[in-house]
Ligand binder design. Structure first.
Ligand code: ZN
Length: 326
C-alpha cells in the first residue's frame, strides 16, 4: 500500500443532526417491519416508517390506496391482519393510484390482474409511457372527479391540476373524516430535496390550501409514520410561506452588481454565485426557526433545494424575474 491510498476500513465523516421531534416520530413497527393502524372505522393506514398506504375493508372486498414497494408484501399481511380482526373479507378488489410514481405504486402487480385499478387519465398516460410491469395501467380513469362506491363505502377522487406530479389526485373519504394527498405534506417533517421532488412549484405550494378546503380530521400524506392533522398541514404551510417571505426579502436585499462586475464575461458564474448567495441567506433563518419544530429542518440540502426552487418560482412564475432594463 502506498502512502496515498486511503485505509480500506476508513469510517466516513458523518454529520450529526438535531433529534427528531417527538411529534414527528411514527409508531413502532412489528416483527415484519410494518405498522397498521385504524384511521377511522374501517379505514386503515399502513407504514414501514418511510412510506404510507391505506385500505378500506368493505362488505364487498378491500380497496387499496397506493402500493409502495418498500411496504411490498407487508400490504397483504396488514390487510389479512385487519380483515381477520374485523371478520371482513381480505380479497382486494380495487386499487387506487394516487399518482404514477413507482415508489408509491410499484407493488401494484402483487395484487394480480383481477383487481380493478383506478387512476387519473394522466396517470394512465404516464404509466403507459413508463411501461413498468410492476404498475399495471388503470382500468378506470377520470378527468376531474370520480366517486368510488364499494360495499356501501364512498371515496371521492378529484383532480385539481398538477402539483408534485402532473397527475397527483386528492382522495377524500367523506364518511371517514380523512383526506389522502401524497407527496405534498410530510407529517412533521420538511419536504425532501426540492419540495418533495415536485414538478410544478406553484401547484405544490397551492395543494395544501386545496386540501384544507375539504372537511377532514386525518391526513394521509404517503410518507413517514404518522397520520397528520389539520395542524400538521398548517405547520407545513407556514414553513413554505416563511421560505417565500425570506426569499422575497433577500431578492430585494442582495445587490447583484458586485457579482457581475467580478465575473465579467462569465455571466453564468455571476448568476450561480449571486442566486446561491440569496438561497443561503434566505434558508439560514428558516433552519434556525424550524430546527426542533419540523424534523430534518437542519438537513441543509433539503432546506436549500426547497428554498432554491421557491426562489426560482418566485422569479419565474410570479415575477419579476429581475430588474427591468431602463
Ligand atoms: Zn411521487
Amino acid at each position: 500500500m502506498t502512502s496515498s491510498s486511503p485505509p480500506a476500513d476508513s469510517t466516513p465523516q458523518l454529520p450529526d443532526y438535531a433529534p427528531v421531534p417527538e411529534a414527528a416520530l411514527g409508531p413502532a413497527l412489528n416483527e415484519h417491519g410494518y405498522h397498521v393502524g385504524r384511521v377511522e372505522r374501517n379505514l386503515f393506514s399502513v407504514t414501514d416508517g418511510t412510506y404510507q398506504s391505506a385500505f378500506l375493508l368493505t362488505s364487498d372486498g378491500v380497496v387499496l390506496f397506493d402500493a409502495p414497494p418498500s411496504i411490498g408484501h407487508n400490504l397483504r399481511r396488514a390487510v389479512d391482519e385487519m380483515a381477520a380482526a374485523e371478520g371482513a373479507s381480505n380479497t382486494v378488489t380495487h386499487l387506487v393510484y394516487s399518482h404514477h410514481h413507482a415508489d408509491h405504486g410499484g407493488a401494484s402487480s402483487l395484487f394480480g390482474s383481477d383487481v380493478i385499478r383506478i387512476g387519473h387519465e394522466e396517470t394512465k398516460r404516464l404509466l403507459r409511457r413508463d411501461n413498468d410491469p410492476a404498475r399495471p395501467l388503470p382500468d378506470v380513469t377520470f378527468q376531474d372527479r370520480y366517486t368510488l362506491e364499494v360495499g356501501g363505502e364512498l371515496v371521492e377522487l378529484a383532480y385539481h391540476g398538477p402539483n408534485h406530479s402532473p397527475d397527483n389526485i386528492y382522495i377524500h373519504f367523506p364518511h371517514h373524516d380523512t383526506i389522502m394527498l401524497v407527496d405534498i405534506v410530510n407529517a412533521g417533517w420538511v419536504p425532501v430535496f426540492n419540495l418533495n421532488l415536485s414538478e410544478d412549484v406553484p401547484g405544490y405550494i397551492e395543494a395544501p390550501s386545496i386540501a384544507q378546503s375539504y372537511p377532514w380530521t386525518h391526513y394521509i400524506g404517503g410518507h413517514l409514520g404518522r397520520v397528520g392533522t389539520r395542524d400538521t398541514v398548517a405547520l407545513h404551510q407556514q414553513y413554505i410561506a416563511d421560505i417565500q417571505a425570506s426569499v422575497k426579502q433577500m431578492l430585494g436585499t442582495v445587490d447583484p452588481t458586485p457579482y457581475f462586475v467580478k465575473y465579467g464575461a462569465n455571466v453564468w458564474a455571476a448568476v450561480q454565485i449571486y442566486l446561491d448567495t440569496i438561497t443561503d441567506r434566505a434558508a439560514e433563518p428558516i433552519m434556525a426557526k424550524y430546527t426542533g419544530v419540523l424534523a430534518a429542518a437542519d438537513v441543509k440540502a433539503f432546506v436549500h433545494s426547497t428554498t432554491f426552487m421557491i426562489l426560482h418560482s418566485t422569479r419565474l412564475d410570479f415575477g419579476p424575474s429581475g430588474p427591468l432594463h431602463p
